[in-house]
Design a protein around this ligand. Structure first.
Ligand code: FES
Ligand code: FES
Length: 181
């Protein structure tokens, strides 16, 4: 008997792709035109990866594929076959938050937080390959990640923002991110 019998034409056209997400093997069936961003959010319910410009310009959708940052809005899900994908959901472990997540939280690096997953994963890729980057290397690595709330860019330029929100959403002045020159 034909294995596809009983499936709708749309189901029959789906691609079946096997890869690892945050260390777990997954097998997903999806329309072949879907981006990795869509597969993560719609088929795997991993909504920590954010949907921004969908044009490769904001960095909000950044995830790691085989340890390298990619813009998941421009990366076809089909290309993930056999690869290792890391999303923000995989950063924390049983011992707690990833040190980068802890640093972002401690320093109030997020305001609305929409850009934060992309920043975290891009920064993780940098630190995984270079544990002690210079200020310029950090700026270069994060150049493709935009923050509409501005704050992180102010910190990277070494300027203290006039006002920021603390963890409870109250206005205040937050410490600068310490970066090596
Ligand atoms: S949503 Fe992918 S770069 Fe903006
Ligand atoms: S914290 Fe709001 S977009 Fe960056």
């Amino acid at each position: 008997m034909d294995e596809s019998e009983g499936f709708s034409p749309a189901e029959r056209r789906k691609a079946h792709v096997g890869f690892h997400v945050n260390g777990e093997p997954v097998e997903v069936a999806f329309a072949p035109h879907k981006t990795l961003l869509e597969v993560l959010r719609e088929d795997l319910s991993l909504t920590g990866t954010k949907h921004g410009c969908e044009l490769g310009e904001c960095g909000t959708c950044a995830v790691l594929v085989d340890g390298r940052p990619v813009l998941s809005c421009l990366y076809l899900g089909l290309e993930c076959e056999g690869r290792r994908v890391e999303t923000v959901e995989g950063m924390a472990c049983a011992a707690g938050l990833h040190p980068l997540q802890k640093a972002f939280a401690d320093l109030g690096a997020a305001q609305c937080g929409y850009c934060t997953p992309g920043f975290l994963l891009t920064a993780k890729a940098l630190l995984d390959s270079n544990a002690n980057p210079t200020r310029d290397e950090v700026k270069e690595a994060l150049a493709g990640n935009l923050c509409r709330c501005i704050r992180l860019h102010q910190d990277l330029r070494g300027r203290r923002p006039r006002r920021s929100l603390d963890a409870r959403g109250r206005c205040g002045t937050a410490p600068r991110v310490a970066l090596r020159n």
